[in-house]
Write a protein that binds this ligand. Sequence first.
Ligand code: 2Q2
Length: 322
Amino acid sequence: RINKMFALCFVVILLAPALTVAAPEFTLKFGHLANEENSWHKAAMKFAELVKERSNGRIEVKVYPNEQLGKELDTVTSIQMGTADMVISGGSLMNWAPRIGVMECPTAIRDSEHLQKVAGGEIGKEIEAEILEKVGLRAIAWFERGPRNLTSNKPMKTPEDVQGMILRVPNSILYVKFWEAVGAKPTPMAFSEVFTSLQQGTIDGQENPLSLIKSAGFFEVQKYVNLTEHLITWIYVLIGEKQFQAMPADLQQIILEAGKEMQAYEHQLFLEDELKLKTELEAAGMTFVEVDKQAFAEKGKPGLMEGLTPEQKELFTRIVET
Ligand code: 2Q2
């Protein structure tokens, strides 16, 4: 009996340090629109792990995929109000900072090399500064994305084929202007509503990089990937500036370094995915359609340019000339 008591005391003493490991001083709620199999989520989990380890548990990052924390733009608002802390977002931030919408603008970025120069260079820095100033969010990483392609249940080879098509686009007026000019009926909608809308037939199609087409399971409700490649861009991992400034300098440093490592990690996953996505989507039943890319760009561009403000046009031109 006494022995048992001793043993119990011993166990309690041994466990005590583990039990008293302090609750985290900072908990960061990190929401994004992709699901668990997407490289964004894997990178976010990596970030959470790095930050926990290096801060000895002082910072905990809770990752919410699938817009579980809120739709992309609602999460931005929540961060501003202090009820969320991190998000993955990009061109749609034009709702607060109109000029930077151009980072996600059809026909601006030519290819991966051009993207790296723009996002990783002066223009990228300027965009990050503007997001910080106008939206109150600090970029700690950016992810390259594959070209956006149009998915549908009929092959779409030329602009004539998309006339009147109800097409879901992100919450950015630039997508609306472009696709209206091409001849479709663009409808802005949050990402988490796209699958059901395709399933129910309230929209005819959507456009996204192959990685999201795959991870979101759009192959279950769409037959064709039309290789329009109308838009190439990147996206930011952002943290609320108020939340960031509330941390001591050593923890800020940990966040920034883990951010850069998350970026490198995601880029590896992105490159690996790009090699196999086409085959995987074909295996899942999708048919890839070669389209007249030039015709889409030529039809959409005038409407797009007309919709740009002078300062957006200036940034567009600088991107094109980079
Ligand atoms: O289709 C989507 O919602 C994403 O691929 C968007 O590109 C993304 O949400 C951007 O609009 C980022 O601001």
